[in-house]
Design a protein around this ligand. Sequence first.
Ligand code: CA
Length: 520
Amino acid sequence: MPTQTLPLTISMHPSDNVAIVANDGGLPAGTVLSNGLVLKDKVPQGHKVALVDLAMDAPVLRYGIPIGYALKDIPAGSWVHERLLTMPDARELDNLPIATVKPAVQPPLEGYTFEGYRNADGSVGTRNILAITQTVQCVAAVTDFAVQRIKVELLPKFPNVDDVVALEHSYGCGVAIDAPGAEIPIRTLRNISLNPNFGGEVMVVSLGCEKLQPERLMPPGSFAIVDERQAESVLDVVCLQDDAHVGFMSMVDAIMRQAETHLQRLNVRQRETVPASELVVGVQCGGSDAFSGVTANPAVGYCTDLLVRAGASVMFSETTEVRDGIDQLTARASTPEVAEAMIREMAWYDAYLQRGKVDRSANTTPGNKKGGLSNIVEKAMGSIVKSGSAAITGVLAPGEKLKQKGLTYAATPASDFICGTLQLAAGMNLHVFTTGRGTPYGLAECPVIKVATRTDLARRWHDLMDINAGTIADGSKTIEDVGWEMFHLMLEVASGRKKTWAEHWKLHNALVLFNPAPVT
Ligand code: CA
């Protein structure tokens, strides 16, 4: 590890009047910075120092925009923490710049491939997994019992299959299933069942009396033909309330019997060389700190540009974390229609939050603040850079399935598990997740590459973090270096040649459906 002896601060924009302290452990009062400024307070790592005298009500500029206004006079060299700032109001959703920025078209990136599983619908999986869909939470424990036996008794017979995963969730009954918004959890569940990593082998466990009936979850035509002999879509459902079942073991045996037919078909899948354009990458951050927007997220943004140049699909999400940068996003929309769709999704989310009598400022956590992020405006400016610089060509509502390549804004809550769940529904086959405070997040359905924003976290969590972007703050690597490292690691992980740490330890967070509709 490089030892940092010299005081190191990082500004993001020439007009910034604050900078963040990069040194591990922060800097003590009295430290003389390279520009001669003397620190008046001890400033923790990742926190802001005033570069000039800030008068009361003066804008505090980071990323070249006001992240807040000084509540009192703040002399140069002081620690600028969240209690010294008021937060700007959210940007109105009218009079936004619409498709005004035309990002320079980058040269295509050709010749990059990975080894993936090509599906009948043309999509490509990075893993070969049997997923068992459930219509309702009631069947979760029975399905889990069967899955444990499948893993022990069946999976060893099918060495080409990576895993068996029960798509457990809390939806399906006791819900206002016809309420506006109920379509979100329903289509999320439907589209997750069709994730490319599951090979089109849809298998459903149902209770029988639940509100979300199998044919509503997976209507005819929504899934691939399961039985070629019948040449029509026959949904494979094990219904626990079926009269045929006498005793618990009858249910478990039925699930195992059906699982075996799907495992047989999945087992003949073979990896083949496919272009990098078949990657469907969801980018996300969680447990963010002030370095997220300096190291890891800009590196992800650089990698996002590489992926777009390679013809791949990239989704960025987390509505409350990009809401404050809406003007940047609508300006980068490829067409007015894309910009309008973005505004529509943001307006829907504003209204959703308003129903709960909060706004996007409810997003920031105690950990964010401890990590130096004063408020959601500062957090958003650091989060939005994950989207890179390419034109935004698509917009998805929560739970919708992605149908195009390029850069898409997939509207989701910022909640790590809900965002990941919705990106899975969109068809994500690879997930990239940045963290500054540290989270052991992982998914059973898709590999998750985790990126540390600080070397100190990467050192302590050496067997949880896949990439250390803290090297950017240390000065030993550039944003471009780490972006390329990420791109190459993605191809290795997608090919199954490398496992992520979350896969190695089998760290599998729960699917969490986004249900904005009432429960009954
Ligand atoms: Ca998140």
